[in-house]
Design a protein around this ligand. Structure first.
Ligand SMILES: *Cc1c(COP(=O)(O)O)cnc(C)c1O
Length: 370
């Protein structure tokens, strides 16, 4: 079957703006003695994006998906690659092959990594994760974690225990307060005492810990942050937490979609109501006859329509099915504007829509601003 390329929906990625964001965050962190791992999973590891991190000279490039890091290794990237999702036992061999560092929380996986590193004649670097209350990955029992660190150090000759880390905010919504980060430092102190040597890396979290850099109260021993969202979108910290990131670009990514229908219609569905395309029962507000536009993309491409942000005033997203998104444009019309079939409209993205759109084979990706 022939595939005909029309160009839309399109995701435009401004690499110059991305580069600026990387340099900006890297600079602020460097002032606090912190190196960054640029986390590229949010944009599905798009290689042109990853290349900007390499050009900016970040200390590590990181992802939760091995295939994204493997692609960079095969492209000849020189920046050390860090796997941030705890490795599957079944992928240990490829973790060692393609990644220089990995975050870990299971002794059985560490033993397998050690075995694979031995077979490949490599030393693989590991960072052990502490769970300090967010309740995703990491050792909850810190005695057990200290014992694991000692085992890696003394018994697993093909692994190098590079440091310890933690993550908060992703599952349990826990805030990376200085006190919370202090709990990681206590663990590091205990492990260093047990090993009789300092650890090179204290990996103090993700974008949520970057708030401590902005506030100037990041506990001193933390020397690495793994930053995804704050660089790619710079949306959450200003919008959710009120930080001033006006020196950064919030529009690295632009979604462009094409209008396929424009009509005046009732705002309340007409007839007996059952379920929508995804099996949900929805309440619809009756606002009388309103002007609506359809655009040619849907939930298959971006997930939740509420996470798309129209750039033009007077456009409201009403809902979507798999391949259609429905817009109310009556306010635009009332302001003297309008849309017509064939028009292209633009959206800013949130983290979820960025993840889905960069992942979607239906979305043409165009890189500008190099
Ligand atoms: C995704 C992830 C990050 C980056 O998170 P952001 O909030 O996008 O900065 C850091 N560390 C781990 C372990 C992750 O899974």
């Amino acid at each position: 079957m022939a595939y005909i390329k029309h160009g839309y929906p399109k995701l435009v990625v401004d690499l110059g703006k991305l580069r600026h964001n990387i340099e900006y965050v890297k600079g602020l962190c460097a002032d606090e003695g912190v190196e960054i791992a640029g986390v590229i999973k949010g944009c599905t590891g798009l290689v042109p994006c990853a290349r900007e991190y390499e050009k900016a000279g970040v200390k590590f490039i990181a992802s939760s998906r091995l295939e994204q890091l493997a692609a960079l290794k095969e492209e000849g990237f020189k920046t050390p690659l860090l796997m941030v999702r705890i490795p599957m036992l079944s992928e240990a061999e490829d973790i060692v092959r393609y990644c220089d560092y990995s975050l870990n929380s299971e002794m059985v996986v560490l033993r397998e990594l050690d075995k694979c590193a031995g077979e490949q004649g490599k030393i693989h670097n590991v960072i052990l994760m502490a769970d300090c209350g967010d309740l995703r990955e990491g050792w909850w029992d810190k005695d057990e974690m200290v014992a694991a660190a000692l085992t890696v150090e003394k018994e697993l000759a093909n692994l190098h225990l590079a440091g310890v880390g933690f993550n908060v905010g992703c599952y349990g919504s826990i805030v990376a307060t200085p006190e919370k980060i202090g709990e990681l430092i206590e663990v590091a102190d205990r492990i260093e005492a047990a090993l009789g040597r300092p650890l090179e890396i204290l990996s103090g979290g993700a974008t949520s810990s970057f708030m401590r850099v902005l506030d100037g109260n990041l506990p001193e021993r933390v020397n690495m942050l793994r930053i995804g969202e704050a660089i790619l979108l710079a949306y959450d910290l200003p919008v959710l937490y009120g930080y001033d990131l006006s020196a950064m670009h919030q529009d690295v990514f632009t979604l462009q979609a094409e209008v396929i229908e424009v009509k005046d219609k009732p705002s309340h569905p007409v007839g007996e109501r059952g379920f929508d395309a995804f099996g949900h029962q929805i309440e619809y507000e009756d606002r009388g006859i309103r002007r609506r536009a359809l655009i040619a993309l849907g939930k298959c491409d971006y997930g939740d329509p509420d996470d798309l942000l129209p750039r033009m005033e007077g456009i409201e997203i009403l809902g979507a099915s798999s391949d259609h998104t429905i817009l109310d444009i009556q306010d635009l019309v009332d302001q003297g504007g309008d849309l017509k079939v064939g028009d292209i409209i633009e959206f800013d993205l949130k983290y979820s829509t960025m993840v889905y759109l960069t992942n979607s084979a239906n979305i043409e990706k165009v890189f500008v601003g190099e």
